[in-house]
Design a protein around this ligand. Structure first.
Ligand SMILES: [Mg+2]
Length: 241
């Protein structure tokens, strides 16, 4: 892919989502882990490029999952962490959690994950998904100042008017004084990042087969991320040789 070589030769930032991008989607959020192969290539890439991870997970959770990988910076909570989230956002999310736990019928397998600055309702393990999604959508309609974004058998709720993955990506690019960025993600929350810069400044790649996306390129499978990392490492190895 000549476009990849072009970006690799520029002053480029590499930015990744975590779940479904660096780590395969797992039955529960707690069990998502990077494969050893991905960990190895990511570590090599991070020695050759400024590398950041931007995830919907809390910063604390994400930090544990990336310990021993020398990435340069981590953003949690879709960019609300480390520094963009405030007490107003947190109070709003607490009120949503209260309202949702009152409004949502008790379904086995339905999990409301409160993450201080954002909230995720997981429905992977409920039996009647169609009915449950309808109930969630209806309950979310009653919440004030919310932005709802669909995920992998989950619905993410973010405070309206706050940052997002696109804001975090551009902040990281400025932080490391990079001219360009490569962003890889698999989810609708990554669309903000894909749309955050023009294509000559941003190489946007969506993992998976979904047709509707702002990303210019696709990697069909999560495993393909390893190949991409390897290629990026090789491109800088050649340049230095
Ligand atoms: Mg993801």
């Amino acid at each position: 892919m000549p476009v990849l070589a072009g970006f690799a030769a520029s002053n480029v930032l590499l930015a990744f989502d975590y779940d479904g991008t660096l780590a395969p989607i797992a039955p529960t959020p707690a069990s998502a882990r990077m494969r050893a192969e991905t960990r190895r290539w990511l570590a090599r890439a991070a020695r050759r490029y400024p590398c950041v991870v931007i995830s919907g997970r809390t910063l604390d959770d994400l930090s544990k999952r990336l310990s021993r990988v020398p990435v340069w910076y981590l953003f949690g909570n879709h960019g609300f962490e480390p520094s963009a989230g405030n007490e107003g956002h947190a109070a709003r999310v607490r009120a949503w959690a209260d309202s949702l736990s009152r409004r949502l019928p008790v379904h086995q397998g339905l999990v409301i994950e409160q993450k201080k600055y954002s909230l995720t309702v997981h429905y992977r393990h409920v039996r009647d998904k169609h009915r449950v999604v309808e109930a969630i959508v209806d309950a979310v309609r009653h919440l004030p100042d919310v932005r709802a974004i669909g995920g992998a058998e989950a619905i993410n709720l973010l405070p309206l008017g706050g940052p997002n993955k696109g804001v975090a990506l551009q902040e990281a690019r400025r932080l490391f004084a990079c001219d360009t960025a490569i962003y890889i993600g698999d989810d609708d929350t990554d669309e903000d990042a894909f749309a955050s810069a023009p294509p000559d400044r941003l190489l946007s790649i969506r993992v998976g087969t979904r047709r509707q996306s702002r990303a210019r390129y696709r990697l069909p499978h999560q495993r393909d991320v390893d190949t991409l990392l390897q290629r990026l490492v090789e491109l800088r190895a050649t340049r230095r040789a």
